[in-house]
Design a protein around this ligand. Structure first.
Ligand code: PHE
Length: 338
């Protein structure tokens, strides 16, 4: 029986030392020292020993049982330590890893073009000023020398919010607001939104213009032509030409519409310029003396020019966008391309 006890103890020891987890260890505990364990079986066989050997063997059994319990506790601590270390390892944060990149979006093509236009005019000495989108008839029409029966005032062109209150149809309102506040010399541009009741592939009910106003002594049409030429070459490249066609605006005299040679075919004629070789860019002219008089600027002393360019059209030409409405549909697949 002594030999058997030694065998059982050795086996228990090696199995306990190799136990991989707590459930395995609990099984070994009941296998070796639990109620139905091997040691208990030996305990029950004590009675088969000669009387004088029984106390000695009982003692040995108890010692073996305590030792096995001790081995189990040691192994339990080891297993817990290993599990804890593994946990630490798997939950560890590598602070040297690069962060995940967040999509931060990008600027709208209109904003991009506006910024580029502003940069060019700022480099030519212009100040950038802003005016309100909601205007009165005085700034949008009266002060711009537009007669009361002018068709542009009509409800079918202009969005009226109230009797005298409207969404500005042009950034020329900022000419008036600037001349109300400042005497010449004036050299400003004013980019912003405008609103007209029209909607097709080349017109949107909300669109963008950049207005320019230069007033000083001795300003003439050549200055106007030169500044527009410079701007166009900076914006679209040296090969681009400008052309001025006589036109009418109530607040400029003489007035012109400005075209640039087609940025795609350079004047040969293509689908972008509809075969004409030219693209319309906006209106321009010398400030009408009537406007100066209304704003208490001496028309004998000062002259000035003004122009208004279509920003949406410039963006369409620059980025090859076929339909103006795409600019305002907010389709992410479209906007992501800029
Ligand atoms: N405001 C005019 C328009 O919207 C353009 C323009 C601006 C013309 C300045 C002349 C001078 O059509």
């Amino acid at each position: 029986m002594q030999a058997e006890l030694d065998k059982v103890y050795q086996k228990a020891r090696s199995e306990i030392e190799q136990a991989k987890n707590i459930p395995e260890l609990l099984n070994l505990k009941s296998k070796y020292i639990g109620k139905k364990s091997l040691l208990n079986k030996l305990m029950k066989q004590i009675s088969s020993l000669p009387k004088e050997e029984r106390p000695e063997f009982g003692k040995k059994l108890n010692i073996a049982k305590n030792k096995i319990q001790e081995l189990i506790t040691i192994r339990e601590n080891q297993i817990q330590e290993i599990q804890y270390k593994n946990e630490l390892k798997s939950e560890a944060i590598d602070v040297t890893m690069p962060g995940r990149k967040r999509k931060i979006g990008n600027l709208h093509p209109i904003t991009l073009v506006m910024q580029e236009i502003e940069d060019i005019f700022i480099s030519m000495g212009f100040d950038v000023v802003e005016g309100p989108d909601i205007e009165d008839e005085f700034h949008n029409f009266d002060a711009l020398n537009t007669p009361p029966d002018h068709p542009a005032r009509n409800l079918s062109d202009t969005f009226y919010l109230d009797n005298d209150i409207l969404l500005r149809t042009q950034t020329s309102t900022v000419q008036i607001r600037t001349m109300e506040k400042y005497q010449p010399p004036i050299k400003i541009i004013s980019p912003g939104s405008c609103y007209r009741n029209e909607n097709d592939a080349t017109h949107s009910p909300m669109f963008h213009q950049v207005e320019a106003l230069v007033v000083d002594e001795g300003i003439n049409f050549v200055d106007l032509r030169d500044i527009l030429n410079d701007f166009v070459k900076k914006m679209f490249g040296d090969r681009i030409q400008t052309r001025f066609r006589p036109h009418f605006f109530p607040f400029t005299e003489p007035s012109a519409e400005m075209d640039i040679s087609c940025v795609k075919c350079f004047g040969k004629g293509c689908n972008l310029c509809k075969g004409t070789g030219w693209l319309e860019m906006g209106g321009a002219g010398m400030v009408d003396p009537n406007v100066f008089e209304m704003l208490k600027i001496d028309p004998e002393k000062y002259t000035g020019y003004a122009f208004g360019l279509g920003i949406d059209r410039i963006a369409m030409v620059k980025y090859n966008i076929p339909d103006m409405r795409m600019l305002f549909e907010n389709d992410i697949r479209f906007l992501k391309q800029f």
